[in-house]
Ligand binder design. Structure first.
Ligand SMILES: *Cc1c(COP(=O)(O)O)cnc(C)c1O
Length: 463
């Protein structure tokens, strides 16, 4: 490429006019489509009508759309995006130098907004469709707090009511997250709580539990379906969320194309799969269409290893078993991971789009332990300046590992990773690490078996 000789700036920005105007739906290019959501009572695919009782109508359409590759981003969402996007694609020159690697490392930084993560990309979209439908408000869960914050911001902007069920251990560990949400007008309840039937049931069965995303989802869904004018929204996992997050990958691709750069490896952390799915979608599309080849790597915590040790099966998305069944890599909806410090990655399941792609061998996955993640986070913060979120640091870890392999093999590969957010609210975790008190926890096979035992068994769900 002639462009390749041009000096690559530290930050590649796009002009406003170069920002994507449509989301890209990778399902349209998948030969093996992700399996449909099933009604847990009948084991038949959920109809649009059934889904509309829980989700907004336009979002249900997006959820079920396996055919349209491009979906217009409404003008109001484009306008909101312009307040904090395009996000920079940064050449990690300082990290490369520190590692003394011939690899070229880039990261797409999504932490440049008050919510501190990529979650705002989907929060504004989901809030917009709720508003458009004339709803009064939305309910949701939040783990680490980034999603709840993003949704609170989006709801404040559009004048929607917002009720957030926050996983209890984060609620207690991150009181400032809670206050940010309240500043944006959200009502925040620690989960499991006494305010819902399912919360009371979970508390009775597991007294003293610090909660999980799965519990919080059950509560938020219960409140949405029992309150007039409310719907439930989810910050990850669902097809619609990956669709909205494709804005990350589209911008990344546009920025790389500007300089004629083709990545070899694309890396992202995976909780429910939304940032990774969004980042890789346009590149995966090229791979699926046979135009180009890339390596994609999902990085998950060793304490919550859905891809690397989970089962590919239909399972509930929540602990209370009130959601539809989704086919995905899962540890079982009853699996509650140890209280590790990457709250956003403590989910038992995974996006069904990514699960299918992984199952078909189009993507790789690795799991990493948290002390090695924080070592990478610390190195990154010291050389690149940004204090990364623990979740994002999983991707940093593996990007560094890949760059070190390049050094060993003297290979000049181009590595792109998603830097999903900042870690200012994670200082308890950093404190543990700095004090040398951080522990690694890897669940035993027996512990995982207990989780798998909770996966529903029915004909067609062999695993
Ligand atoms: C929520 C979150 C994640 C993980 O969620 P995905 O849906 O897998 O992207 C990663 N990083 C940050 C900063 C988050 O807030």
């Amino acid at each position: 490429m002639t462009n390749q000789s041009r000096e690559i700036p530290y930050k590649i920005y796009l002009e406003e006019s170069e920002m994507p105007k449509q989301w890209y739906n990778v399902r349209a290019d998948m030969k093996n489509k992700p399996a449909p959501l099933l009604n847990p009572a009948t084991h038949k695919p959920m109809t649009a009508e059934e889904l509309s009782q829980v989700f907004c109508e336009d979002l249900v359409k997006q959820e079920l759309d396996n055919d349209n590759a491009y979906i217009d981003i409404p003008q109001e969402i484009l306008d909101f995006y312009k307040m904090y996007r395009p996000s920079p694609l940064v050449r990690a020159y300082c990290l490369e130098k520190k590692l003394d690697t011939p690899a070229k490392i880039y990261y797409k930084f999504e932490g440049n907004n008050t919510s501190g993560s990529h979650k705002l990309n989907s929060a504004i979209a989901q809030a917009y469709y709720a508003k458009k439908q004339g709803l009064k408000g939305v309910t949701t869960e939040t783990g680490a707090g980034q999603w709840g914050t993003a949704l609170s911001m989006a709801c404040a902007y559009l004048g929607l009511d917002c009720k957030v069920y926050m996983v209890k251990c984060s609620y207690e560990q991150k009181p400032f997250r809670r206050e940010v949400m309240r500043t944006y007008g959200a009502a925040v309840t620690p989960s499991p709580s006494e305010t819902t039937e399912i919360g009371r049931k979970i508390l009775a069965e597991h007294p003293g539990t610090t909660g999980s995303l799965g519990c919080a989802i059950s509560e938020a869904v219960e409140v949405a379906t029992h309150t007039e004018g409310y719907r439930y929204v989810l910050g990850s996992v669902l097809n619609q969320v990956l669709l909205h997050q494709s804005v990350i990958g589209l911008e990344t691709k546009a920025a790389l194309d500007k300089y004629g750069i083709t990545p070899d490896v694309i890396i992202g952390c995976a909780g429910g799969g939304s940032n990774l799915g969004g980042l890789i979608s346009p590149f995966m599309g090229e791979k699926l269409r046979g135009e180009k080849d890339y390596r994609f790597i999902a990085v998950e915590p060793a304490s919550c290893p859905s891809f690397t040790r989970g089962k590919f099966a239909y399972d509930f998305c929540d602990t209370g078993m009130v959601t539809p069944l989704q086919k995905m890599y899962t540890l079982g909806s009853g699996f509650i991971p140890s209280a590790n410090h990457a709250g956003g990655l403590r989910y038992h399941g995974m996006s069904s789009v990514l699960s299918q792609l992984y199952h078909d061998g189009l993507m790789e996955a690795v799991s990493v332990e948290q002390t090695s993640v924080f070592e990478a986070a610390e190195m990154f913060a010291r050389v690149e300046g940004i204090l990364p979120a623990p979740e994002s640091s999983h991707a940093i870890r593996v990007a560094i590992d890949e760059a070190l392999k390049c050094k060993e093999n003297n290979e000049e590969k181009t590595i792109v990773f998603g830097l999903t957010g900042t870690g200012y609210f994670d200082m308890v975790a950093y404190e543990k690490f700095n004090n040398g008190e951080m522990k690694d926890y890897i669940p035993t096979d027996e512990e995982l078996e207990a989780g798998f035992a909770g996966i529903p068994r029915f004909e067609g769900n062999e695993f």
